[in-house]
Design a protein around this ligand. Structure first.
Ligand code: GLN
Length: 279
């Protein structure tokens, strides 16, 4: 079968099964299997596909129809213009999270001479910590997660992105941490438990441990806010990603503890409240 026909069949099949962005997904999947850029498919659209490629493509299309996220099939998600390996062991990094990284970068640029010590709590794939380590070359980053599976993926991503100023540690939030940092960043699980079952099929294929923020979605913010200030150096800053409707709740948690000052909320590109900055 020619490339062009395979793409048409695949995107029709995805569309009939109500999969969003069928054309884009069918192109990304085929180019990933063929290990070529998407443009190659257009230039070579009359080429015959080898049998094994076609079989793998059809298998991937069926996986997409079953609700498996494209990124778990291609094992890739771009984040901060870097490529991250992802599979079922970790949350797929979201574009919205780039705003958290950008805010932390702004902070580090205030003093170009300083060797910032950065902590990434609930690192998952390592997307936040690794991109900070890559961009802020002078920094020293510690990425922690409670999940050994996630830490394996994060370490693989540090190697893939050639980042060396980084360390990893298994820790339930701060439980195994005994040093102080200039910057603490976190995108903790923040979805309300009862909402998870109503999310898209694709999201339900992501690790529940990376989504579930307890009954009120605030479980990890409460735990982080209780002690985070003790792990900050003088003038240190905290950056937390939040859900679009969690601004007031998280600000209230911070205000209940009088040590947190200069609380700010930063919106994402869609205009949703996305990051809380403090200290
Ligand atoms: N820190 C990772 C990310 O933002 C994982 C977050 C999580 O698992 N909740 O992509």
């Amino acid at each position: 079968m020619e490339i062009k026909q395979a793409l048409i069949n695949a995107s029709n099949n995805l569309k009939q099964n109500n999969i969003e962005n069928p054309i884009q997904k069918s192109k990304i999947l085929l180019s990933s299997i063929m290990k070529v850029k998407k443009e190659y498919l257009i230039i070579h659209d009359k080429d015959e596909l080898e049998e094994n490629i076609l079989n793998e493509y059809q298998k991937g299309i069926l996986e997409l129809i079953s609700g498996k996220p494209l990124q778990y099939i291609t094992n890739n998600q771009e984040f901060m213009k870097m490529n991250f390996y992802v599979d079922e062991r970790v949350l797929i990094p979201r574009q919205d999270t780039e705003i958290l990284v950008e805010e932390a970068i702004k902070e580090c640029k205030l003093n170009a001479e300083k060797k910032y010590k950065i902590l990434d709590l609930c690192t998952g794939s390592g997307a936040i910590g690794i991109s900070l380590a890559k961009i802020i070359k002078k920094s020293e980053v510690l990425c922690v997660d409670i999940s050994n599976d996630a830490l394996e993926v994060a370490k693989k991503n540090a190697i893939q992105n050639e980042v060396k100023n980084i360390k990893f540690c298994k820790s339930d939030l701060f439980s195994n941490i005994n040093e102080k940092f200039d910057i603490i960043v976190s995108n903790p699980p923040y979805i309300k438990e009862e909402v998870i079952k109503n999310l898209d099929k694709e999201v339900q294929n992501e690790p529940e441990i990376a989504l579930n923020g307890g009954k009120d979605g605030l479980r990890y913010y409460k735990e982080i806010i209780k002690v985070a200030h003790k792990f900050l150096n003088k003038n240190g800053k905290i950056f937390l990603e939040i859900g679009y409707d969690q601004k007031n709740d998280v600000i209230e948690l911070l205000k209940n503890n009088s040590v947190y000052k200069n609380i700010e909320c930063i919106k994402d590109l869609y205009g949703n409240d996305r990051v809380i900055k403090t200290m």
